[in-house]
Design a protein around this ligand. Structure first.
Ligand code: GDP
Ligand code: IMO
Ligand code: MG
Length: 421
């Protein structure tokens, strides 16, 4: 069982990028399996912060192979920009990054459609990142997509034009102004950049490497509460963010999966629209946002903040089959006198431990209160030395979920990570 998965248990932005980078040294391959440029994965070392959107978070380790799997949707323009801003020369990156020929392309018109659909939804909009994710996955599912492997075909431009024609016909129904040419130039330059990389059937490579005892880490994007099937539908993304998504998004059997690491913030955030039972619209929520720098890595939008939601966390653990929990950002709550965890919901006066079908129903969170801790956590490196109030907070989560918290992150830097034996 040579493939581990790391994925988010909340509404995204749990700190996946930072932790994938921190644990990459024990892996040979780091592979993204779903999502696309809607993701913003931050990682920090040597006082420099990097934000990755499409490229797996193992890219800064020079001896690792990074794979963008078939489940990912790729916007070539975003890809080119990201490659150019990364630092190392392209000739070096082509040795460390391989792309699935089956990953679907996000076309310029997908981005335009995303914006047109959102505008049309008015008050019920999703709060999409406007990167074209929904329309690109829609075309994939309806078998109208263009795939990365298609860029090597002689008739690619013709195929592209056919797709654009169809999209423009749909856009005629919307009163939405756009300038396609503006997007297209960058997009075709991006296609040339993609051609510099190996574009192959990565499923063969991953299975071959896993069979040779190489260790693979599958890196999730978004979070379980944004999963297309199990998230707070329709306020979700358009891919399966859960552990099963790693199998379909990379072409691997469940038999090969070892650990499934579930990452969560010590509190909750959500960016975009949709239900959020423990959201704090008061000064505590504002404090979490300011102290935790809770602004979107992709869009810069302020993230909504609230207390930890155990019914949602337990649900995520169940759906994913989590074997180990990783907790991030406890350092943000240093100095809080009291901290709360939502242990159940009250719906129509009844206590409920499960997530309701209609998550937009009036949910009143029922809280358990904990004493806070004063200590600044950033310098801590040993679990045993953490403040006892924080250890009690962690113990409570472990008892409630039945899963051990084996890693605690106390800052954005690679080094600010505490592993527990
Ligand atoms: P991702 O999408 O799951 O990779 O998460 P993001 O990168 O979008 O958001 C997480 C943010 O929190 C980033 O700015 C990280 O640098 C930062 N971060 C990650 N872990 C910690 C932590 O333990 N403490 C603090 N203070 N910041 C963290
Ligand atoms: P990472 O990987 C947080 C949210 C959007 C919106 C909904 C649908 O950095 O955790 P989409 O553009 O996918 O159609 O938007 O999902 N969303 C994210 N929120 N982190 C992300 O990724 C997200 N990717 C999408 O805000 O509510
Ligand atoms: Mg993010």
């Amino acid at each position: 069982m040579n493939i581990d998965i790391l994925l988010g248990l909340q509404w995204g932005d749990e700190g996946k990028g930072k932790i994938v980078d921190a644990i990459s040294p024990v892996y040979d391959v780091i592979a993204r399996f779903q999502g696309g440029p809607n993701a913003g994965h931050s990682l920090e070392f040597n006082n420099i912060k990097h934000v990755l959107h499409l490229i797996p978070s193992g890219i800064f380790h020079t001896d690792k192979l990074n794979i963008i799997g078939n489940g990912v949707v790729i916007d070539p323009a975003v890809f080119k920009k990201e490659i150019e801003e990364l630092g190392p020369p392209v000739s070096e990156l082509t040795k460390r990054l391989i792309i699935s020929n089956k990953a679907n392309l996000i076309l310029p018109t997908h981005r335009i459609l995303d914006a047109a659909y959102e505008m049309h939804k008015g008050n019920s909009k999703i709060g999409s990142t406007l990167k074209g994710i929904g329309p690109a996955y829609t075309d994939k599912t309806s078998r109208n997509g263009l795939r990365v492997g298609d860029i090597l075909r002689e008739d690619f431009k013709q195929k592209y034009n056919d797709h654009v024609k169809n999209h423009l016909a749909i856009l005629k129904n919307y009163d939405f102004k756009f300038d396609l040419k503006e997007y297209e130039n960058d997009w075709f330059e991006g296609i040339e950049m993609l051609k510099k990389f190996s574009i192959i059937s990565t499923e063969y490579l991953i299975n071959e490497l896993a069979g040779k005892d190489k260790k693979v880490l599958a890196e999730g994007a978004q979070g379980t509460m944004l999963d297309l099937d199990f998230g707070s539908y329709p306020f979700v993304t358009s891919s399966n963010t859960i552990s099963a998504g790693a199998c379909t998004g990379l072409g691997i059997s469940p038999k090969l999966i070892g650990n499934i690491f579930g990452i969560f913030k010590a509190y909750c955030t959500r960016v975009g629209c949709g239900p959020f039972p423990t959201e704090l619209l008061d000064v505590t929520g504002a404090n979490l946002r300011n102290l935790g720098h809770e602004f979107g890595s992709t869009t810069g939008r302020p993230r909504r903040c609230g207390w930890l939601d155990l019914p949602a966390l337990k649900y995520s653990i169940m759906i994913n089959g989590i074997t180990k929990l990783f907790m991030t950002k406890a350092d943000v709550m240093s100095g809080f006198k009291t901290i709360r965890i939502c242990t159940s919901y009250k719906i129509d006066g009844k206590i409920c431990k499960e997530l309701p079908f209609n998550q937009e129903s009036q949910i009143e969170p029922v809280y358990t209160e904990f004493e806070g801790w004063e200590e600044v956590l950033t310098g801590y490196r040993k679990f045993e030395e953490l403040p006892s109030a924080l250890k009690k907070y962690i113990e409570f989560i472990e008892k409630q979920t039945g899963i051990p918290v084996t890693m605690v992150s106390v800052g954005p830097d690679r080094k600010e990570t505490i592993f527990r034996n």
